[in-house]
Write a protein that binds this ligand. Structure first.
Ligand code: WT7
Length: 651
């Protein structure tokens, strides 16, 4: 969380940006009454959105709320792929562009809604051919290629539950997720391009598969282009199948199964406060309703928009705002495989110009990197097609907001700062671009139909404390896969019947919410969520390490970076080599995103007399701050030594 001074500065932000005239006139949401109307009858509000979707059978009850269990649109039968594809094709919109994909090397592919529908149906049949049935789990470990969306939609078409694993995760992380979900099938690719080199996904998957006994079939997409020259792939007879071979023998006739509104749609693993990531469970009808509605209202999506969200499908943003929300709205969606600085730092802006992107959604960490790279890069491209900008993933500092507004948005595009989480499934707190006066740095207020508050430990309203969501919402997580206790404990034990997201927040004089960051042991590194305990377990897994404590350290671009304090075995000396070995060890155990930026060797960790590691203190040390109260320390000398050591490190 930001310190007090920084916070005061934030809350005195007095720049205000009313919706531009063109927005108030034509926005999908331009009636300010919408908030009160939704608050007066949230069930009517949400069922209004749900009825814009195609249901095989209508629901009989909008909401069945037995805290902490919500059921939405009870009794309704629906299929997500049908709503994202068939519905549009049947309405005569089959020729409309669904996906515009560009690979990092510059290769391109596009799919019309009819083509995507055919591809998905065919792949659904291919999965069926491998024995996948309704309710079975399928792991998807793919680069950002169209087949990622195809695979997700193919699962939903036949009622299989997908678990997408970000392609940057290590074989160990992939295996853990395969095993927790007991996945039957894994879908991967020979590789994908990232910053000019190939990520060898199949080779990683092979390692993971040695420890994934439930996976009996593997589908491998040939990424295409000249990638095959870079990554030799070994196919295991009887287990591994090329995607194109399966497709060649599969029919494109595959009626969508009727799913119960509350059938599980997908599992997505996210980091929590223990060493083990949790499988967040989302269901069908409510999730689709809220992603559909928020895409339309928050992004003001219109028929002629070209929409680009830069997230990876491995994260919830990619699920909700590349695939399900936009396709349910029949949007024209841009999807890009690679890095923003390949072949040069102007790549994103070239893409915006080339495809005439009108709505652009990215993360503050990316915006800060663009700022650092300089205005000349966006300056080389024509960005006049842009009309709306969005951010997500972490608090955006006002300076980055202003830069985004001026340099990318040409001072004409509203910015929607959208707060939500893997668990919420869809956007919860955000401006509505035709209605909300925005201020740099705040996600403003809860969307219509959502109730957010700031509560203290005891559950009383307060101006600064914990963010709380006080009423159920359609796309809320239903449980943690295989761990109902953890679901209750993590989200529902702080207050009675009120959801605890794990963020700190403040409210200002306009009633706007300022999200201050996590209050638990979860880090937000470049918009990616990483549990300190996960990194600690990876470190102690190394033979030289006895104990470790991991904290977040403020980082100019990433928001937070990882600092690790490590105690070594008695006969082992901390060297620079060991430092990089430990960093790589974490990379190997979890994935490159979790590598600590700073490693400090210490003979002891500062602990309270009851043995609790004093993380606050370690954070102070990592950030070079003066140390606060240490009277609860079991051994105050430890801190002196640590500080001396760290200062020594920094030269
Ligand atoms: C955590 C959720 C939602 C998709 C990406 C991250 C932080 C997210 C904002 C925002 C301030 C934000 C919160 C939240 N966060 N959006 N607009 N302003 N903080 O999903 O990995 O589940 O992380 O990201 O701390 O709890 P996630």
């Amino acid at each position: 969380m930001s310190d007090a001074g920084e916070l005061d500065a934030l809350l005195h932000e007095d720049r205000r940006f009313p919706p531009p005239g063109v927005f108030t006139g034509q926005a999908n949401c331009n009636d300010p009454e919408i908030y009160d109307r939704a608050a007066g009858d949230p069930e009517a509000y949400w069922s209004g959105w749900a009825s814009e979707l195609d249901w095989f059978e209508p629901w009989h009850t909008v909401l069945d709320w037995k805290p902490p269990h919500a059921k939405w649109f009870v009794g309704g039968k629906i299929n997500v792929a049908h709503n994202c594809l068939d519905r549009h094709v049947e309405a005569g919109r089959g020729d409309r562009t669904a996906l515009i994909w560009e690979g990092e090397p510059g290769d391109t592919r596009t799919f019309s809604y009819a083509e995507l529908h055919r591809e998905v149906s065919q792949f659904s049949n291919a999965l069926r051919g491998l024995g996948v049935e309704k309710g079975d789990r399928v792991t998807i470990y793919l680069p950002m290629i169209p087949e990622a969306a195809v695979a997700m939609l193919a699962c939903t078409r036949i009622g299989a539950i997908h678990s997408v694993v970000f392609g940057g995760f290590s074989p160990d992380s992939l295996a853990d997720r395969n095993n927790d979900a007991e996945s039957k099938v894994l879908i991967t690719a020979d590789g994908g391009w990232r910053r000019g080199s190939v990520v060898p996904l199949k080779a990683n998957a092979d390692v993971a598969l040695e420890q994934s006994p439930t996976v009996t079939n593997v589908v491998v997409v040939a990424r295409g282009g000249d990638l095959t020259d870079h990554t030799p792939v070994t196919m295991k007879e009887g287990r591994d199948h090329w995607y194109h071979d399966l497709m060649a023998e599969s029919s494109s006739d595959c009626p969508a199964v009727q799913m119960d509104a509350e059938d599980t749609l997908f599992i997505l693993y996210t980091s929590g406060t223990t060493g083990k990531p949790k499988g967040v469970v989302h269901t069908t009808g409510g999730y689709l309703t809220q992603t559909y509605a928020t895409t339309k209202t928050v992004f003001d999506l219109k028929d002629d928009d070209v929409y680009w969200c830069t997230a990876d499908v491995g994260w919830i943003t990619g699920h909700s705002y590349i695939v399900y929300g936009p396709l349910a709205n029949c949007a024209q969606v841009v999807m890009y495989e690679g890095a923003p600085d390949t072949p040069d730092r102007g790549r994103f802006w070239q893409l915006c110009e080339k495809y005439g992107v009108t709505i652009f959604y990215t993360a503050p960490t990316a915006i800060r990197a663009f700022m650092r790279w300089g205005e000349e890069w966006p300056g080389k491209a024509d960005l006049s097609s842009l009309r709306l900008l969005g951010t997500v993933g972490e608090p955006i500092n006002p300076e980055a907001w202003m830069w985004y507004h001026e340099v990318i948005g040409g001072e004409r595009c509203p910015i929607v700062d959208t707060w939500w989480q893997t668990e919420t499934g869809a956007i919860m707190i955000s401006p509505l671009p035709g209605l909300t006066v925005t201020k740099p740095g705040t996600a403003t207020r809860a969307l219509p139909g959502i109730e957010a508050a700031i509560r203290d430990e005891a559950g009383n309203d307060t101006a600064a404390g914990y963010l709380a969501i006080t009423t159920p919402w359609p796309s809320m997580l239903r449980t943690v896969w295989g761990d109902e206790e953890r679901f209750k404990e993590t989200y529902w034990s702080k207050w009675r019947n009120v959801y605890f997201p794990g963020d700190g927040a403040k409210v200002d004089e306009d009633g706007y919410l300022w999200i201050l960051g996590r209050v638990d042991d979860v880090l937000n590194v470049a918009g990616h969520r990483i549990g300190t305990m996960e990194v600690e377990s990876a470190l102690v897994d190394h033979p030289s390490v006895v104990e470790s404590a991991v904290v977040g350290k403020a980082h100019e671009i990433k928001g937070e970076s990882i600092a690790a304090f490590v105690t070594l075995k008695e006969d082992i000396d901390g060297s620079d080599e060991l430092m990089s070995e430990l960093r790589n060890h974490v990379g190997m155990k979890i994935g490159a995103i979790a590598k600590p930026e700073m490693v400090v060797f210490t003979a002891e960790l500062p602990k309270t007399r009851s043995g609790k590691i004093m993380r606050r203190l370690l954070r102070d040390i990592a950030e070079g701050r003066t140390i606060g109260d240490t009277t609860t320390l079991a051994d105050p000398a430890v801190v002196k030594k640590l500080q001396a050591m760290h200062e020594g490190d920094e030269g």
